[in-house]
Design a protein around this ligand. Structure first.
Ligand SMILES: [Zn+2]
Length: 510
């Protein structure tokens, strides 16, 4: 049986159109999902939208819309993003769906049975933007540091979750699982929060103030507070609940929850505690990515530098956008987007790099080998060794979410192949009548190109498949071979007809 790999994005709050930061997140997740498939795993990839809560209700009201229609429309924008960015998710969950709401209520009951949910009156500073109560120490100049608004003083009788009870179990769990939160500096931040002690958290709101949420079981006056509702999507989508679900049995625990740094504490502290409380296994990893800036500045409407991810892929080829983001924005830190850098990389790495190499090789096969992949009589050990190292770097980097570094090693190999052509000068060899040697060379270059296509598949699936097709190969099961059996120099199909060479990355229209 195949190993399984279950991964999720966070579910973005769907009261606005998709943000480039989320596009980046879903892309990171997609690249990992495709990479795991390349390794031969049975992958399940979940994304979706978070739709309950005060902000959603408020935005809908401001627009004079029904909250149901408004959230459905916004959720559809995220589905469109997944579609237009060629995201390979298996499921898309909305927290307004019955399957989620029923299962979230089951979860509540389990936690209640464990004695972890209790009612108390609470007065606190509430940030509507965050949908959460704030401590004085969380504020900067009396304002929420994320929303720059003064939180309102709110008094309510709410249900609370005994997060404090999980202080020690979490400490123990963190110790036993030194790679639970990735990267390490994000784990450190969580350990520091834990060290300062955990307080119980409010997990419901009074229904008359907030009618838009999952009803608390057996209490008509309360709805679940957003996080307690939203976080459970990772298991409700798998059908967790009273009936034993095959999907849940097969895929849980998650191998990775991919999230932004601003919601790390909810995923690394609250979510594990909730799962312990309900008696559900914990996820294996919380993978935390950074934020994206534009031309070195934080994106904001007032600065006018907001990038709409749906517009971006209308303006530029999707495959190039996927390449650029994965090459330029390092997973474990903040990164910067700029159109000038994009166009620079498009020209240097794609048009002149990968595109040009592919074209040169194919044109020479067309010209010198009658458009047929030539055979070889020699083993090019130096190239095999070089490629072996590239695969090791590639795999180590991919495993650590460092897609930037993985691409860097693939591009080193692209330069290596370019260098082979410059050194050997096949056109001169042809003139000197060394036809057999030219065929050897072109055979090895075609092999190299095939391996490049395999390695870029998670990042640029369409380009990868185009290259393989041009080489007369089908994208198929044999793709799993080079990574699982690194030492195998998988043969091309000698004698297969190549396609007419075409430019993979035409000049951008300015
Ligand atoms: Zn806030």
């Amino acid at each position: 049986m195949k190993d399984k790999y279950y991964l999720t994005t966070a579910i973005p709050y769907a009261n606005a159109d998709p943000h480039i930061g989320f596009a980046l997140e879903i892309l990171y997740t997609d690249v990992m999902a495709r990479y795991q498939r390349l390794l031969g795993k049975d992958v399940y990839f979940l994304t979706g939208t978070d739709e309950h809560g005060q902000k959603m209700l408020k935005t809908a009201k401001e627009l004079n819309r029904s909250v149901e229609d408004f959230s459905a429309e916004k959720s559809a924008r995220f589905l469109k993003l997944a579609d237009e960015w060629n995201i390979s998710n298996n499921d898309f969950i909305r927290t307004t769906e019955d399957r989620h709401m029923k299962s979230a209520q089951e979860f509540w009951k389990k936690s209640l049975e464990s004695g972890d949910i209790y009612k108390k009156s609470y007065t606190g500073l509430y940030c509507v933007g965050c949908e959460s109560f704030k401590l004085e120490t969380d504020l900067v100049d009396g304002k929420c540091p994320d929303h720059h608004t003064v939180p309102e003083l709110l008094s309510e009788e709410n249900y609370f979750f005994k997060l404090s009870k999980y202080q020690e179990p979490l400490e123990f769990f963190f110790e036993k699982n030194p790679e639970f939160v990735y990267p390490e500096h994000r784990f450190k931040e969580m350990k520091n929060i834990l060290k300062n002690g955990l307080e119980d958290v409010s997990v419901s709101r009074v229904k008359e103030k907030l009618p838009w949420g999952v009803p608390v079981p057996d209490d008509d006056n309360q709805v679940m507070y957003v996080w307690f509702d939203a976080l459970t999507n990772y298991i409700t989508a798998l059908g967790w609940g009273s009936a034993q679900s095959e999907l849940f049995k097969k895929y849980w625990p998650a191998d990775a929850h991919v999230i932004g740094k601003e919601i790390n504490r909810f995923h690394s502290l609250l979510w594990p505690a909730m799962l312990m409380s309900a008696g559900v296994d914990l996820p294996k990893q919380i993978a935390v990515h950074g934020w994206i800036t534009v031309d070195g500045k934080k994106m904001s409407k007032s600065v006018g530098n907001v990038i709409d991810p749906l517009e971006l892929v209308q303006k530029y080829p999707l495959e190039a956008v996927r390449y650029f983001l994965m090459r330029e924005i390092q997973f474990d830190n903040d990164g910067d987007f700029s159109y000038s850098k994009f166009e620079e990389r498009y020209g240097a790495d794609l048009a002149n790099g990968l595109g040009n190499l592919t074209n040169r090789i194919l044109v020479m096969i067309e010209k010198y080998c009658d458009s047929v992949v030539p055979e070889t009589n020699e083993v090019n050990q130096e190239m095999i060794d070089y490629l072996g190292n590239v695969y090791v770097d590639y795999k180590n980097s991919m495993d650590l979410w460092r897609f930037d570094r993985a691409l860097e090693s693939v591009w080193k190999f692209i330069s290596y192949c370019d260098q082979m052509i410059s050194d050997k000068q096949p056109w001169a060899m042809m003139k000197a009548g060394k036809e057999a040697e030219v065929k050897d060379l072109l055979h090895h270059l075609a092999e190299g190109l095939r391996h490049i296509a395999v390695m870029i598949w998670p990042i640029m699936p369409e380009t990868s498949e185009k290259i393989l097709n041009q080489l007369g190969l089908e994208f198929g099961a044999e793709l799993a071979k080079p990574l699982s059996e690194l030492q195998n120099w998988v043969q091309l199909i000698v004698g297969s007809k190549i396609q007419k060479p075409e430019q993979l990355f035409p000049r951008l229209n300015q």
